[in-house]
Design a protein around this ligand. Structure first.
Ligand code: SF4
Ligand code: SF4
Ligand code: SF4
Length: 245
């Protein structure tokens, strides 16, 4: 009988959505269990085994010293580390309010106290090498399923490097941006979600983070032409990630 791969789920500071999303695989979760033995996952089991891991799934941002210690532990134990969800890959909401957490703590506890040992929220990719990054707030669970199945079969998962627009076109969704003047960040956002927001008649709000190499200045110009001011545009772009200058 084939030996199962050992998988641990490590949750740093986050809303819990990305860890929970794994359980929302429902019956497919049992397919995952055909190939993987879950050695820790606090939302699903009280078992917590130490020792080497084949895969560590890490959700959330590094926002406290405890997060950083846990992340380093996961990295040291796992052969393959997957940053799961936009908190882990790009910092998401916590990192977008960078600088303010400390101010607020100081306002409450004074300048000499930091009882939570809070750090400025940052994605896990800022601290340790990551083997695969799967963004999304939350990530697409089918995409995670595919990635886990590919790794179990010895196939390196393909990294997606195209914008949401591509999936919009492939699905033949109406472009809400061109047809209805709805602001959309699809042209500058990592694809892979299959454009569910556009399918629902909404613009993409960029939850999978910025696509490297996208024409951001060009897209800012287009958003301005829809009547958005620069502050509004900046706020939209910074919801899930800090764009590099
Ligand atoms: S990426 Fe979104 S859904 Fe996932 S943990 Fe962070 S805030 Fe929650
Ligand atoms: S709706 Fe948005 S994501 Fe879809 S094609 Fe238009 S601009 Fe791109
Ligand atoms: S369309 Fe945009 S906002 Fe919606 S899930 Fe995809 S990346 Fe996230």
């Amino acid at each position: 009988m084939m030996e199962k791969l050992r998988l641990g789920v490590f949750e740093l500071t986050d809303c819990g959505g990305c860890a929970l999303n794994l359980l929302f695989l429902y019956e497919k979760f049992f397919d995952v269990l055909e190939f993987y033995e879950i050695t820790e996952f606090h939302m699903a089991t009280s078992i917590k085994e130490k020792g080497p891991l084949d895969i560590a799934l890490v959700t959330g941002t590094v926002s406290t010293q405890r997060d950083l210690d846990l992340l380093r532990e996961a990295r040291n134990r796992a052969k393959y580390l997957i940053a799961l969800g936009t908190c882990a890959t790009h910092g998401s909401l916590q990192a977008s309010v960078e600088g303010r957490i400390r101010d607020r703590l100081e306002r409450v506890y004074g300048t000499r106290a930091n009882p939570m040992k809070a750090l400025e929220s940052k994605p896990v990719t800022d601290y340790v090498p990551v083997d695969y990054a799967l963004p999304g707030c939350p990530y697409d669970k089918e995409e995670l399923f595919q990635v886990l199945m590919e790794i179990a079969k010895g196939v390196e998962p393909v990294r997606k490097d195209y914008p949401v627009c591509l999936e919009c076109k492939l699905n033949e969704y109406e472009c809400v941006f061109l047809k209805r003047n709805i602001p959309c960040l699809g042209p500058v956002t990592y694809g892979g979600c299959n454009a569910p927001c556009v399918r629902s008649g909404l613009g993409c709000i960029g939850c999978r983070g910025p696509l490297p190499g996208a024409n951001l200045p060009g897209h800012v110009e287009v958003l301005r032409s829809l009547g958005l001011d620069d502050e509004e545009i900046a706020r939209k772009l910074r919801t899930f990630a800090r764009w590099e200058p």
